[in-house]
Design a protein around this ligand. Sequence first.
Ligand SMILES: Cc1ncc(COP(=O)(O)O)c(C=O)c1O
Length: 293
Amino acid sequence: MNNSLDPIVYLNGEFIALKEAHVSVLDRGFIFGDGVYEAIPTYAKNPFRLQHHLDRLNNSLHAIQIKNPLSSKQWHQLIEQVIQKNNFEDQSIYLQVTRGVAPRKHTFPQYDNPTVFIMTSPMEKQSLDVMENGIHVITLVDNRWQNCHIKSISLLPNVLLHQQAIDKGAQETILVRDGEATEGSASNLFIVLNNCLITPPKSPLLLPGVTRDLIVEIAHKQEICLKEQAIHEEDLFNAQEIWLTSSTKEILPVTKVNDKIINHGKPGPYWHQLISAYQDYIQEQRENNSNER
Ligand SMILES: Cc1ncc(COP(=O)(O)O)c(C=O)c1O
């Protein structure tokens, strides 16, 4: 059992302290960014929507031609063990699979030798200020590749696009490609326009977010109008509300885009309805889990 400063992680068959976890400099993850990852929130030690993350991991691995090194059952067991070996309640699990160690050549190595790494850290709670006043974002041209549906560890474009927001005093970047707003640098996009929720349809130009799918499910259940359709850049400036979603950030209300204030600078009524339903859903998962233990 370990604390958050020195968590126990899993690396290639071993549970070890994070400090002791090392990979070769010839790992293709280090040399080429040749790998994929998942980030999974864990509430009351219960991984949230785990099978959805494992399905997406499978798709990402398939897309880059790495054979999934573990069965779904093995992934469940390893993740469960990492969670139990660390004594903080709400955790953020990060897992990564790379094509492993090989001489530095672009060509795939002949034999499968993937590196499998799972770590955990405490889940960060959203600040009261963000929940009351929302976040500020900027828009930038999406200069990433055409395979944004793959959850690749090659995140340099995302990092650079995100940092430009930080440097301008904003918190996130909304990406625009050919006049359409697709997603954030590390989040999916929803707007409310004419009292209807809109999120762009899944395509290779954005990551199919697990949180996005849950919000779509909740909206359908609550009979809120929801359309999966393109969001034009100018829609952002006419929107009643804008949200950015991800597993670790949940649903963030956006109250300023570039210089335009959204909903008088406050999260709107649709956000309040959805965040409350989302939190109820998490609470149900917590209770189911404690009943099972
Ligand atoms: C580019 C991008 N889009 C969307 C998301 C949201 O995905 P999820 O809800 O599965 O965390 C992420 C999460 O990291 C992301 O990096």
